[in-house]
Design a protein around this ligand. Structure first.
Ligand code: GAR
Length: 188
């Protein structure tokens, strides 16, 4: 039986697409059963629909509390019989309410070599710190922001003439390889 994935997005959804493409391989041990977006017009939703994936919008702005927002998400995850949640460019901080329900079953991809550069603007900060290497990490989600145990990382060199955009683009390519690989290993 393939593991049923729920993918959370807020934007472009390129990581979601790379996971969905990997899931199309017959021997891949997981399938995308639901895509959740908190942004009603997220670009990734369009791609998800093109790929024939089931999508749901849970707009955080429609809820007066974080718990109400997360309760609605949880309802959709249960209904779709989700077994593993993959945050893929999901830009809302989740509270203990949802994180604790999915302990050990919720992953995130973060564009840095954690524990370096938690939070935002990771590429800019890596350049400013004169890092020689940069990359991305897949980790279990815990209550602390980008603090959960790291499962896998991909390292790339920082080039002497790198710009934020160039570095970001190369890290994203590494993300598209690392995330499906890590899901495969965990689900096997
Ligand atoms: C990715 O680089 C992902 O690592 C990052 O947002 C981008 C989403 O791209 N996530 C975070 O910064 C989470 N803290 P995508 O929507 O094209 O997958």
């Amino acid at each position: 039986m393939k593991t049923r994935l729920g993918i959370f997005i807020s934007g472009g959804g390129s990581n979601m697409q790379s996971i969905a493409k990997a899931c199309e391989q017959p021997n891949f041990p997981a399938q995308v059963s639901l895509v959740v977006s908190n942004i009603p017009d997220a670009r990734g939703l369009r791609f998800a629909k093109q790929l024939g994936l089931k999508t749901v919008i849970v707009d955080h702005q429609s809820f007066s509390t974080r718990k109400d927002f997360e309760q609605e998400i949880q309802k959709h995850l249960v209904k779709a019989k989700i077994e593993l949640v993959c945050l893929a460019g999901f830009m809302r901080i989740l509270s203990p309410f949802l994180v604790e329900k999915w302990q050990g079953k919720m992953l995130n991809i973060h564009p840095s070599l954690l524990p370096k550069f938690r939070g935002l603007n990771t590429h800019k900060r890596a350049l400013e710190a004169n890092e020689k290497t940069h990359g991305c990490s897949v980790h279990f989600v815990t209550v602390g922001l980008d603090e959960g145990p790291v499962i896998a990382q991909s390292t790339i060199p920082v080039l002497s003439d790198d710009t934020i955009q160039a570095l970001q683009a190369r890290v994203l390519i590494a993300e598209h390889i690392l995330y499906p690989q890590t899901i495969k290993q965990l689900c096997q």
